[in-house]
Design a protein around this ligand. Structure first.
Ligand code: UT7
Length: 313
């Protein structure tokens, strides 16, 4: 689920130029692969996008909202400080009673949320989990900082995970390293009715880039080893969509052709926790990802957090 307002690089370059911020379509495409992104309008919040994605996922799963018994929303841009976006989604879906909570692991959020939902299903706590990644990153962009504002977009994606005797999620791998908190952060907070500190994204792009390429390879190898599979078993790599060059480097290290990678960063930009389910949605809808395919999903982002999920679709 993407908000309807699409901004091409040319649109964004023109808007930024009006504020004296210099960038270009060439720079953005060459350094990132991004050609466009979608931004919400003033009245739209993360739960609006999340509910749209949730409805599509519930329909695709062939069940009803009332059959969902767990809701996890991965987001760093919730509607409110509290209650959780997951509770707001639950209310908008017209259901009540099942546990619902947000999970905050920035761009790795969807991988973390899938892993938590999988654990809760395996332990018998849930049977049918709605797992959503939803972001309105346009709200936390500093449009005076050309190093970050050209990179991100808004969107949401969702899946329904069901208890089954058939193998689905084969292996998961999660990590964090809090020594890198300052590399990618929004350091502000709310207190006394005021925003304290800086409410916009700060990123050391080069440092994040180098760390991302290293940990994505490690995590891919870890899930493959846990599942007793090899790179040759991967039908589709569906990575977090931050930068085409990170995806190319990861694919190269895993000896996968780019024809095995679902890439949506060109049209979506970086939608943080929403990027992996949005890319999965794209792959399924255009017929590339088929039932029974082995998928490697990978995320990396602020925290520093990273992880991977290997699954038979
Ligand atoms: O989702 C969470 C994970 N996030 C990521 O994975 C992001 C990882 N990092 C990246 O994708 C890349 O580091 C960036 C796309 C953010 C930046 O690309 P880069 O090739 O690392 O560029 P850079 O930061 O080294 O900047 C190169 C030059 C600088 O100019 P000087 O110092 O060489 O004169 C920047 O000031 O490009 C300049 N620059 C820009 N120029 C035009 C930075 N942003 C822009 C811009 N337009 N938007």
């Amino acid at each position: 689920m993407l908000p309807p307002r699409r901004l091409s690089n040319a649109d964004l370059v023109a808007e930024l130029a009006a504020d004296g911020v210099e960038t270009s379509d060439d720079w953005i495409v060459e350094r990132t692969g991004i050609r466009a992104r979608h931004f919400v309008d003033a009245g739209t919040v993360a739960s609006d996008l999340a509910v749209g994605a949730a409805r599509q996922a519930i329909e695709a799963a062939g069940c009803g909202a009332e059959d969902i018994d767990l809701i996890i929303v991965a987001t760093s841009t919730p509607d409110m400080v509290f209650p959780s976006t997951a509770c707001i989604v639950q209310q908008k879906l017209g259901i009540a009673g099942c546990p619902a909570f947000d999970l905050q692991a920035v761009c790795s959020g969807f991988i973390y949320a899938l892993t938590v939902a999988d654990s809760m299903i395996r332990s018998g706590t849930a049977r049918r989990a709605l797992v959503i990644g939803a972001e309105v990153f346009s709200r936390i962009l500093d449009f005076k900082d050309r190093g970050t504002c050209v990179l991100f977009g808004d969107g949401a994606g969702a899946v329904v995970l069901e208890a089954s005797d058939e193998p689905g999620l084969l292996a998961t791998d999660l990590h964090a390293d809090g020594r890198h908190v300052g590399l990618l952060c929004v350091p502000g907070m709310v207190a006394g009715g005021q925003v304290l500190g800086d409410p916009f994204i700060k990123m050391d792009g080069q440092a994040v880039f180098k760390l991302a390429v290293g940990v994505l390879e490690q995590s891919a190898r870890a899930v493959l080893a846990k599942a007793g599979r090899t790179e040759a078993d991967i039908d589709w790599l569906i990575p977090h969509q931050a930068n085409i060059r990170i995806m190319q480097a990861t694919a190269r290290k895993l000896k996968l052709g780019m024809d095995k990678v679902i890439v949506t960063v060109g049209e979506h930009g970086n939608t943080s926790a929403a990027s992996i389910p949005l890319a999965l949605h794209q792959g399924v809808r255009d017929g590339r990802v088929k039932r029974g395919d082995t998928l490697l999903l990978e995320g990396v982002g602020g925290g520093f957090t990273w992880g991977a999920v290997l699954l038979d679709f």
